[in-house]
Design a protein around this ligand. Structure first.
Ligand SMILES: [Zn+2]
Ligand SMILES: [Zn+2]
Length: 254
């Protein structure tokens, strides 16, 4: 399994793109940015998008991706796969013919470039070539993390979340786990804001480590660009070797 980091951040900064990852060139995990990181031909190869929740920093790139698919007459539609409340939010608040066109009817209702797939909570199911288990996590809107594997190796993607037990509990059943991709948005001094907005700080991550599967590397994403250096220093103090910041534009192989 290879995962390409299209966007590693929790917002947009100069050359810092919102959260998006591409598995084996075909399946997005979140889509905060897509066209900002991929050529048109690479965008056309995408078949599925696993979406953790409806916040803009995880979906903005899907708006432009669907337009690209329509303009380039893509042969394969994009299927956005997520929990039912997230699918509903995307249908009613984004692809609603007001904020953005309803690409489930374009270029024609018979052959649209966008489809939706509602995923069952806490159940392993097929998305593209992968097995995916969405696990509800602790955020301000309905959000799931994802446990994704290909039969040989797997990873945990946290989505946006504050402290969570459900995700780590589900992870205990996974064999071949190669990485935890975990969010961290704020430095320790903003613990109050992290609590309200349901995000991690380095101190909260330190406490989560004991709940996670042993010895699996923890790769951090979703750092707010304003706090990159500060969070990097604080994470280094938590656990030097086990935790690293994900590098945007790098492809990791598991
Ligand atoms: Zn976010
Ligand atoms: Zn969020």
């Amino acid at each position: 399994m290879k995962i390409r980091v299209l966007g590693a951040y929790g917002a947009e900064g100069l050359a810092q793109r919102p959260s998006a990852f591409l598995l084996n060139d075909r399946v997005l995990i979140d889509g905060g940015t897509v066209g900002g990181a991929l050529a048109s031909a690479e965008q056309l190869a995408i078949e599925h998008a696993l979406v953790s929740h409806s916040h803009l920093d995880h979906i903005a790139g899907l708006a432009y991706l669907t337009e690209t698919l329509a303009l380039c007459e893509a042969q394969t539609p994009l299927t956005i796969a997520s929990l039912e409340p997230v699918v509903t939010a995307l249908r009613t608040s984004i692809f609603n013919d007001t904020v953005w066109p309803d690409f489930t009817k374009l270029p024609s209702p018979q052959a649209p470039v966008l489809r939706f797939q509602s995923l069952r909570e806490d159940t392993e199911q097929r998305v593209g070539d992968f097995w995916v288990r969405p696990v509800p996590v602790n955020h301000t809107v309905p959000t799931s993390g994802f446990i994704v594997h290909d039969g040989t190796s797997g990873l945990i993607y946290s989505g946006d979340t504050g402290p969570t037990d459900a995700l780590w509990k589900a992870a205990r059943e996974v064999r071949g786990l190669r990485a935890v991709i975990l969010e961290c948005a704020f430095p320790n001094r903003l613990a109050g804001l992290a609590d309200i907005a349901r995000h991690m700080t380095p101190e909260l991550i330190r406490r989560e480590l004991d709940k996670m599967p042993d010895d699996v590397p923890v790769l951090i994403f979703h750092v707010k660009p304003q706090f990159y250096d500060e969070i990097g220093e604080e994470l280094g103090a938590v656990s030097g070797a086990r935790i690293t910041m994900l590098e945007q534009d790098r492809t990791y192989a598991f």
